[in-house]
Design a protein around this ligand. Structure first.
Ligand code: ATP
Ligand code: MG
Length: 501
């Protein structure tokens, strides 16, 4: 028989009970006390974080954006009045996230990553929509051009990789067209593009997607959209989500271009949300932190240092003005955040000067650093010439007597204006841009009728391309030696001689 003697009953039971620990899970519930217009007031959930996603009893999601001592305010992501008073709410402990990775390219998704193009999306990685911007030490200066293929922009307001360049103008002045042309021009340049549509009509967005598809640009592009029919909360989230997707590529060492079309509607969606959450309204009824809304978004664009992979995120936000007023609240905010703006003018657009860029009010603060060698050599004083011409043209309208000097300047100016006219979806290559400006600098167009300028340019480009076939690929890479320049000048003159006969 064994020596085993059972311990006392009490001792045994105590030991067993001590071993047994009850694991408790605490579910914290809140209750909806008030709801309407896409927002809900919730009692409870004291540990809820700012921006946390909340799940309502019926499966609807909301986002906590107003944390008060005793209650919180949340915006509802779905549209329609699906949330009722008395419903329970639980915090998910997560903030809004978006799928990232190569799977996203070629897709159309909404602000929370749901595919909108009728195909399932198998994403593995997710990234929170709100991220902090790269620090100064993690950045390097902008030094590489991002070519738009639009002559007026590449020569006068060049955009660099990692820069933030605003496109601003009234409605229907070709803002979206410039942005889309820029995406189309990145076809062979290894730049990944994100187009973020906020608060637009669904039909406009689908037209843009159609254009991208037709040009086979979707293979390197992703579209993030929250249309006017989505809730303000979804519209508010869209640019942040799109930026997270772009950032993922940037940190993977790629060059990325992101278009926000447009931030005025984003600000309006934010205003709607804030007013419904009963935040105090400020100027133009926007909440006090609307500057912070856009600055924290655009600050995430960067040109990363070599240690971090050297990727870049170029942002082209779009702002719509009312009646050409660029000094109202949101335009001035975004102008001060960005590193330059392209100002499109209604008057120019209607008089047939398209793209309707006002050269006086357009700048690129990164400027020449973001221009390649060949364009730098030929675009010297174009801006000044064009501004002087526009100024002069106003005076010349009044009187017919102008001196020879002024008449010459007016003639040159009108040629330059004509040269800068460009149809949409018709980008120029680096060689073509260099050649046209070189010809202009050599006064080749002086006796060409303005209406015949475009066919003349086309023929000239073709001729020079044939004659200087060896130089073309070098100039496409952005370099132009003095020898190449004189060879080009020579063949331009040859062509001029032939066409004059
Ligand atoms: P909205 O305010 O509606 O967003 P928008 O400023 O984005 O307008 P777009 O939609 O780009 O303007 O263009 C308006 C119209 O102008 C379009 O019909 C487009 O085809 C035309 N357009 C734009 N750029 C050019 C161009 N360079 N040459 C000819 N037509 C152009
Ligand atoms: Mg547009």
């Amino acid at each position: 028989m064994s020596e085993y003697m059972p311990e006392g009953i009490s001792a045994y039971l105590k030991k067993r009970l001590d071993e047994h620990t009850v694991k408790t899970i605490k579910y914290k519930y809140g209750t909806v006390t008030k709801t309407g217009d896409g927002v809900a007031r919730i009692l409870g959930l004291p540990e809820c974080k700012y921006g946390e996603l909340l799940r309502f009893e019926n499966g609807t999601y909301g986002m906590a954006l107003d944390l008060q001592e005793d209650h919180l305010g949340a915006v509802i992501l779905d549209t329609g009045d699906t949330v009722r008073e008395g419903m329970t709410v639980i915090g998910t402990g997560k903030v809004a996230e978006i799928p990232v990775g190569d799977e996203i390219l070629g897709r159309v998704i909404d602000s929370i990553g749901r595919p909108l193009d009728g195909r399932p999306l198998m994403a593995q990685k997710f990234r929170a929509c709100e991220q902090s911007a790269p620090k100064i030490i993690e950045r390097r200066p902008v030094d590489t051009p991002l070519r738009t293929g639009i002559l007026a922009i590449d020569s006068m307001v060049p955009i660099g990789m990692g820069q933030r360049e605003l496109i601003i103008g009234d409605r229907q002045t070709g803002k979206t067209s410039i942005a889309i042309d820029t995406i189309l021009n990145q076809k062979n340049s290894n730049v990944i593009c994100i187009y973020c549509a906020v608060g637009q009509k669904a039909s406009t967005v689908s037209r843009v997607i159609e254009t991208l598809k037709k040009a086979k640009a979707m293979s390197y592009t992703c579209v993030v959209t929250a249309t006017a029919s989505n809730s303000p909360a979804m519209q508010y989230l869209a640019p942040f989500a799109a930026t997270s997707i772009a950032e993922w590529f940037m940190y993977a060492g790629k060059n990325v271009l992101i278009i926000y079309d447009d931030l005025s509607k984003h600000a309006v969606a934010y205003r709607t949300m804030s007013l419904l959450l009963q935040r105090p309204p400020g100027r133009e009824a926007f909440p006090g932190d609307v500057f912070y809304l856009h600055s924290r978004l655009l600050e995430r664009s960067a040109c990363l240092s070599k240690d971090l992979g050297g990727g870049s995120l170029t942002a082209i936000p779009i702002i719509e003005t009312m009646g050409g007023n660029i000094s109202s609240y949101i335009p001035t905010n975004v102008i001060s955040i960005t590193d330059g703006q392209i100002y499109l003018e209604n008057e120019l657009f209607n008089s047939g000067i398209r793209p309707a860029i006002n050269t006086g009010l357009s700048v690129s603060r990164v400027g020449r650093a973001a221009q390649c060698d060949s364009i730098k050599k030929v675009s010297g004083t174009l801006r000044i010439q064009l501004s002087k011409f526009r100024e002069m043209a106003v005076f010349a309208r009044f009187g017919s007597d102008v001196d020879v000097q002024t008449a010459k300047m007016l003639k040159k100016g009108s040629i330059l204006t004509e040269l800068f006219k460009q149809q949409k979806s018709n980008p120029y290559s680096n060689f073509e841009e260099t050649l046209l400006l070189l010809a202009y600098n050599n006064n080749v167009f002086d006796d060409v009728e303005p209406s015949k300028l475009k066919p003349f340019c086309k023929k000239m480009t073709q001729y020079v391309k044939n004659v200087c076939a060896g130089i073309v690929p070098i100039i496409e890479t952005g370099f132009m030696s003095d020898g190449d320049m004189s060879a080009l000048e020579k063949s331009i003159m040859e062509f001029k001689g032939i066409s004059d006969e």
